[in-house]
Design a protein around this ligand. Structure first.
Ligand code: GBH
Length: 480
């Protein structure tokens, strides 16, 4: 009876949380204040302006380093239950290593955390949202196995400083982008093109780094702080273009799951289909061993089960067809996979959005069902979902529609499929530095005037819409 009422009212379950997200390099600015050292994004944007659509950098961005109180006030006005932000590793640890903790850096995040809590907003922290200290990149970054230890020390520093007040932690934002875009295609910082090699070394090291951070939390911090640790994966939902494409489609889903399977599956390690596929290909290509590095049994056990929730970032879906991706379409996960030999396209019935962001709301529900089928009855936190426009329009009806349609799928997944979804996060609270798109792609429910030295923030129609959903805890409310 209760369920029926909820369905009729399109209400979210009690305790379901709504939030919004940002990331350090995309909003903070203050790239060289105090003792902060450069991250790979400072270097990449400064040295390769031609790789950024508008040649810009995040030197100032939203200037949230100075304007964080305004961000907190906005989050409060929206009624957000939580605010997800990331720590800039090289702001907190200027050497990358944990011998020196920046006073200035640690104070900045302390203030932000306290400011949020004073306003009744939970801080949710991402430890790594792509801005690796340049000093660690100089030593190989994610291709140096030592990074698992560097990351453990960084994570411990953050847990020690903030664990008393921060109860939800993410080790990584979108490992697939960290390893594939950065070390396979080289389209983002640090710009290393090493297809089929660099990306696989990266993911192995990253899985071990995640597991180390999780295990020290478990041992040293959970008993006193009782928080949750996980990571968030970006999934593009794939569907076969024709019945012939079904096998490749499942392989594409499995290939994206090399970032999940070692942690979330019952068996641990790589997805068997991918392990087999890469081993076979590597042999055909003349390699003496698989390009996908193996784990020892001990490593498999060490990584397996190191999660308290499944973090999901979902934006878009694709149709899968056989073919060789070329030119600008080589970008996994949304354009094609040269590894599998597939190209991605959109379905004519899916709503075209800006650039890569085609809107297919049912893809979100289907992706979650796939995850539950793979990994069992896991708690899913949706940690990013959102929509961009090229123009800074205030009456953003297309974004409102995107949010409404995706939230509806979240409700269906909860009510009809019985999936345990506990949180939803809008990307983004603010217009910000959209990586290689610079300031040309706007994701904010709050607009930012980047021509204004004060970086004036103005809530859009979508902000008012989201605030109303949060206030009513429902998709049904009187509309004017
Ligand atoms: C997330 O990435 C990030 O977590 C966040 O920082 C970012 O601002 C947000 O989403 C919006 O993009 O060449 O066609 O493949 C999303 C994943 C991966 C989407 C790279 C864009 C490149 C387009 N992104 N992709 S394509």
């Amino acid at each position: 009876v209760v369920l029926a009422v909820c369905v009729a009212e399109r209400k979210f379950p009690p305790g379901f949380k709504f939030g919004a997200a940002t990331a350090s390099y995309q909003v903070e600015g203050a790239w060289n204040v105090s003792d902060k050292s450069p991250s790979i994004w400072d270097t990449f944007a400064h040295e390769n302006p031609e790789k950024i659509i508008d040649g810009s950098s995040g030197d100032v961005a939203c200037d949230s380093y100075h304007l964080w109180e305004t961000d907190v006030a906005l989050a409060k006005d929206l009624g957000l239950h939580f605010y997800r932000f990331s720590i800039s590793w090289s702001r907190l640890l200027p050497n990358g290593l944990a011998n020196v903790v920046s006073e200035d850096g640690s104070r900045y995040y302390n203030n932000l955390i306290d400011g949020l809590l004073e306003n009744g907003i939970e801080p949710v922290i991402t430890l790594f949202h792509w801005d690796l200290p340049q000093k660690l990149q100089d030593l190989g970054g994610w291709t140096n196995p030592e990074i698992a230890i560097w990351f453990e020390d960084y994570a411990r520093t953050a847990f020690e400083l903030y664990g008393d007040r921060v109860k939800t932690w993410l080790t990584f934002n979108e490992p697939i982008i960290i390893c594939d875009a950065a070390y396979e295609k080289g389209t983002i910082a640090p710009g290393i093109a090493s297809p089929g090699i660099g990306n696989f070394i990266c993911v192995k090291n990253l899985m071990l780094a995640h597991a180390r951070a999780y295990r020290i939390y478990d041992k040293e911090f959970r008993p006193k702080y009782n928080g949750k640790v996980g990571l968030t994966n970006n999934h593009v939902w794939y569907e076969p273009n024709t019945p012939d494409d079904e096998e490749n489609t499942e392989l594409a889903r499995d290939l994206a799951a090399i970032y999940a399977h070692p942690i979330y599956s019952k068996s641990g390690g790589w997805p068997p289909s991918v392990e087999e596929f890469i081993a076979k290909k590597s042999k055909e290509e003349g390699y003496p061993r698989s390009r996908l590095p193996s784990f020892t049994q001990e490593e498999i056990e060490f990584i397996r089960g190191t999660y308290d929730y499944y973090g999901l970032n979902y934006y878009t879906s694709r149709k899968v067809s056989s073919g060789v991706p070329t030119g600008s379409s080589i970008s996994w996960p949304s354009s094609g996979s040269p590894e599998i030999g597939i190209v991605f396209s959109s379905d004519p019935s899916w709503t075209a959005g800006y650039a890569w962001l085609v809107s297919y709301p049912p893809g979100l529900r289907k992706q979650m069902n796939w995850l539950v089928k793979q990994y069992g009855d896991i708690e899913i936190q949706i940690l990013e979902n959102g929509y961009s426009t090229p123009e800074p329009i205030m009456y953003d009806t297309s974004r409102v529609k995107y949010y409404e349609d995706h939230l509806e799928q979240v409700l269906l997944a909860i009510q009809e499929d019985g999936i345990n979804i506990t949180a939803y996060t809008a990307w983004s609270l603010l217009d910000n530095y959209e990586w290689t798109s610079g300031y040309t792609s706007r994701f904010g429910i709050v607009s930012v005037d980047f021509t204004d030295p004060m970086r004036k923030r103005t809530p859009r129609a979508s902000a008012y819409y989201y605030a109303t959903v949060i206030k009513n805890h429902s998709l049904d409310f009187p509309k004017h």
